[in-house]
Design a protein around this ligand. Structure first.
Ligand code: SAM
Length: 259
């Protein structure tokens, strides 16, 4: 498969399987952390790359007002249905747009902007990261919080080809097998996941290919970008339970403040 040239490539195709896969991988391990942060924010909470709402629904329950932005119409469709079912549409709004050009006219309105689940790693160049950080600095109120988590280990993943990752039942009487390959593109700092979701239903088999790329920066590099965009970094943690940061922590959580 070819390497995605944009970090938003692949997510429309992935939407069909996103919840099925993530229920078996990340699950709910970060939910409490983000919901607590939202509960402490005295105003609007903005989630960059809200996807199908794995976090948006519990966060919107705690937030005074919730706004989610995502470029994928297919992901947002699922989240809209979720918000309706949870009766949260009065306080939550969704915007289809690109986080590199935040589609909001009003400046300094948000008290919390969250970039969860490695969201900033979907920005495949320094220019994309700078544009996004600039936009976040614009919409955050002075003193407002910017929460970021990163999966620093991606460049160290060993490459493999067509490994059966997960298999099992999905809604609607379907069964799904995920066949996954991982490639590193060291020159560009990219890790590419080439996935094939094979869906069978009533004896019919259909294959859905998905390719997604992530770019990983070190913590000092990310801190330098955040400071250049107008943030002060208050904490770097090694997990969602306030663990101390260590270079081999699986997740890095950065809490920054708009200066
Ligand atoms: C890893 S998912 C995270 C979804 C959700 N926040 C969660 O934690 O489950 C990343 C999401 O970011 C969206 N995305 C990727 N690049 C984007 C961009 N440049 N602008 C807006 N959304 C983007 C994708 O469509 C996808 O829904």
């Amino acid at each position: 498969m070819s390497t995605p040239t944009e970090g938003w490539h692949g997510w429309d195709a992935y939407a069909r399987f996103y919840d099925w896969e993530n229920a078996q991988t990340v699950g709910r391990r970060d939910v409490r952390f983000w919901a607590d942060l939202a509960g402490r924010a005295d105003g609007t909470v903005l989630e960059l790359g809200c996807g199908t709402g794995r976090l948006s629904v519990p966060v919107a329950r705690k937030a005074r007002r919730f706004v989610g932005v995502d470029r994928s119409a297919a992901m947002l469709r699922k989240l809209r249905a979720r918000l309706r079912r949870a009766r949260l549409t009065a306080r939550a709004s969704l915007v289809r747009g690109d986080i590199r050009e935040l589609p909001f006219r009003a400046d300094r309105r948000c008290q919390l902007v969250m970039a969860p689940y490695g969201m900033l790693q979907s920005l495949l160049s320094d220019d994309d990261l700078a544009a996004t950080l600039h936009g976040v600095a614009r919409v955050l109120a002075p003193g407002g919080t910017f929460g970021v988590d990163l999966a620093p280990g991606l460049p160290r993943w060993g490459e493999y080809a067509r490994r059966v990752g997960l298999r099992g039942p999905m809604s609607g009487g379907r069964r799904v097998t995920l066949i996954e390959s991982v490639r590193q593109v060291p020159g560009q700092g990219l890790t590419v996941f080439d996935q094939e979701f094979v869906e069978t239903r009533r004896g019919r088999r259909k294959s859905y290919p998905v390719s997604i790329a992530f770019r990983t920066l070190s913590v000092p590099e990310m801190i330098e970008r955040l400071e250049a965009a107008g943030f002060a970094v208050d904490a770097v943690l090694g997990g969602y339970r306030q663990e101390a940061w260590s270079p081999d922590a699986e997740i890095w959580v950065v809490i920054a403040r708009r200066r």
